[in-house]
Design a protein around this ligand. Structure first.
Ligand code: COA
Length: 258
């Protein structure tokens, strides 16, 4: 834990990672980046973690992207390393085995938008803007943005947004499917999704995510094979049997993640 970020996990198994540099609009400098990498690594290994939520402190920005003041002091070599490390961070968020939600409670630009793109779902408070603004700084999205944005909103729309460094309102982001939901408070929106997920079998959610992720970039036949393999993992679980018993007894199931 560091002053620049914090992490808490509640007794439901919901982990919340919070960027905490509100005075710098939660911009990502070296120390924050390394801290986030470590914490996301720990979350990946946490078999009790049912849902991962990424959010930020303050009411101005979710994340203003890379720390541009710090960047100005970097050598070319250090800039290269930073870009690799932030790319790794979003890759690791994308690979988290449990569902992940970005609760975007402020502006999200550049690397801040890319952190959100790496999550499975995005919810956003109204009144803010979001976008991959890197090209306006004569750089390109380097933390997965050129690859994830087209997969989420489609090729032509992603090209339009990246080629114009567009800053979309939260309403526009909702309209094109860049965010899943919009409301007054991002954490409340995330909590609605979390509540739905907590009613489901934790191992089933992990298996469903792995099938979707592994199958998405393959053909349908290969994807269907991947789905079958993911299903096999679920068959011997206690939770699957508990769901059947609970159904017969007309009660809500109590899942244990086994
Ligand atoms: N890196 C470093 N510092 C940043 C930053 C960034 N990406 N974004 C904002 N800050 C700093 C500002 O320099 C300012 O610091 P100061 O108080 O020492 O002057 C402080 O955060 C507040 O920023 P300010 O612009 O006054 O706040 P705001 O609430 O009016 O606007 C943003 C917030 C995010 C809309 C605006 O700061 C912005 O557009 N930032 C750049 C976003 C960007 O292009 N990111 C792409 C990076 S690849």
């Amino acid at each position: 834990m560091s002053a620049e970020w914090n992490y808490s996990k509640d007794d439901r198994g919901v982990g919340v990672l919070t960027l905490n540099r509100p005075a710098a609009r939660n911009a990502i400098g070296w120390d924050l980046l390394e801290g986030l990498l470590e914490q996301v690594g720990r979350c990946a290994e946490d078999s009790e973690l049912r849902v991962f939520v990424l959010t930020a402190s303050g009411d101005k920005a979710f994340c203003a992207g890379a720390d541009l003041k710090e960047r100005k002091t970097y050598s070319e070599a250090k800039t290269r390393t930073f870009v690799r490390r932030i790319g790794r961070l979003t890759a690791e968020i994308g690979r988290l085995p449990m569902p992940s939600i970005a609760a975007i409670n402020g502006h999200a630009f550049g690397g801040g938008c890319e952190l959100a793109l790496a999550c499975d779902l995005r919810v956003m408070a109204s009144g803010y803007q979001i976008g991959l603004t890197e090209t306006a700084l004569a750089i390109i999205p380097g933390a997965g943005g050129t690859q994830r944005l087209p997969r989420i909103v489609g090729l032509a729309k992603a090209k339009q947004l990246i080629f114009t460094a567009a800053r979309l309102s939260s309403e526009q982001a909702l309209e094109i499917g860049l965010v899943n939901a919009l409301g007054d408070n991002a954490m409340d929106l995330a909590e609605d999704l979390v509540a739905g997920m907590l009613r489901c079998g934790p191992l089933a959610l992990r298996a469903a995510k792995s099938a979707i992720e592994a199958g998405f970039d393959t053909g349908l036949e290969e994807g269907l094979r991947i789905e079958q393999t993911a299903y096999q993992v679920i068959i011997p679980t206690a939770d699957r049997l508990e769901a059947l018993v609970a159904f017969a007894e007309k009660r809500a199931p109590e899942f244990t993640g086994r």
